[in-house]
Design a protein around this ligand. Structure first.
Ligand code: ZN
Length: 309
């Protein structure tokens, strides 16, 4: 990367294209005022006071998004040196959340065809879907190639599985072949989520389903924590609500059939550490002893299910 290349790009609303918006949530030190070195450290969570780009409310569709965000080149560099996502959450807690997401969608899965998942990681959700026996081809977009062997295994032996390292590779999937497409905490990260959904729409059979889990900026948790809500961060160029996720899907040829607030399971010690960090900037190590206890919480996430029309 050229060190003189621009840091930021100006964005219109990624759903409706409006350039009318008003500032709504700002960090104590907004990301758009920081240097590249400072942003790199903040990205890795090294600062006590985390930063994020000021979120604005779109006048057209109500989406909460950052009209100033990293260029694709800078974003690629940041993801390139990021450490393992959510590495502090114990593996079995992640499994519980992903299994819960599967059980929330399982009754709606009946169509046979291809399967697409964005950001499956090692394939906790993938494994549950593969076990239904409904899917004849698996397309898995996972940029972290170190998890590919585990991901391949989650689909099962002898299955037709395709590991894709970029969203562009979605174009390689045969048109109108997918019965189901899923993403868990991916749409919040995309700088052009509508373009990705339009790309997916071409690949889904009419009547096929698409499901996502995203953060919910209209949740009680978000309102109570304000700028300290963990989902306000450098990695999220926009954050949805039930209303704006509906706008997003419907702008890309899908019709929402179900929206539900989801439950997440976290180790108690992790929650206490996060809570103490958010309010008091304390991180006592002894709280690790509480990690054996798992707690179910409505943590400000939404599952949205839509059908290709
Ligand atoms: Zn908008």
């Amino acid at each position: 990367m050229n060190s003189s290349s621009p840091l930021f790009v100006a964005r219109v609303c990624p759903i409706c294209g409006s350039s009318e918006n008003r500032p709504t949530v700002a960090a104590s030190v907004p990301a758009e005022t920081m240097s590249w070195d400072g942003l790199r450290e903040s990205w890795r969570g090294l600062f006590k006071d985390k930063s994020f780009f000021t979120y604005h409310r779109c006048a057209g569709c109500s989406l909460l998004f950052s009209p100033t965000y990293f260029t694709d080149e800078r974003l690629g560099a940041l993801y390139g040196d990021m450490e393992e996502n959510m590495s502090e959450v114990a593996g079995d807690a992640l499994v519980s959340s992903q299994e819960r997401y599967f059980h929330m969608i399982a009754d709606r899965l009946s169509l046979r065809g291809g399967y697409l998942e964005l950001g499956p990681d090692v394939g906790y959700f993938t494994r549950k879907c593969a076990a239904t026996g409904l899917f004849d081809a698996f397309w898995l977009v996972e940029p972290n190639k170190t998890v590919w062997p585990a991901l391949r295994k989650s689909v099962g032996d002898g299955r037709d599985a395709h590991m894709l390292d970029t969203l562009d590779a979605i174009d390689d999937i045969p048109d109108a072949s997918l019965a189901f497409s899923a993403s868990v905490h991916v749409l919040d990260h995309l700088t052009d989520p509508r373009a990705t959904l339009l790309r997916i729409r071409k690949k889904v059979i009419k009547g096929g389903l698409i499901m996502s889990v995203t953060h919910d900026e209209s949740s009680t948790l978000a309102r109570v924590l304000g700028r300290r809500w963990p989902a306000f961060c450098l990695q999220h160029p926009q954050i949805y609500s039930g209303a704006s996720i509906r706008e997003l899907y419907e702008s890309a040829g899908f019709k929402i059939v179900h929206i539900e607030k989801t439950t997440n399971y976290f180790p108690l010690g992790f929650l206490l550490r996060q809570g103490l960090w958010a309010v008091a900037r304390m991180n006592p190590g002894f709280l690790r002893h509480a990690d054996g206890i798992r707690v179910a919480l409505k943590l400000g996430n939404i599952m949205a299910v839509a059908v290709a029309v």
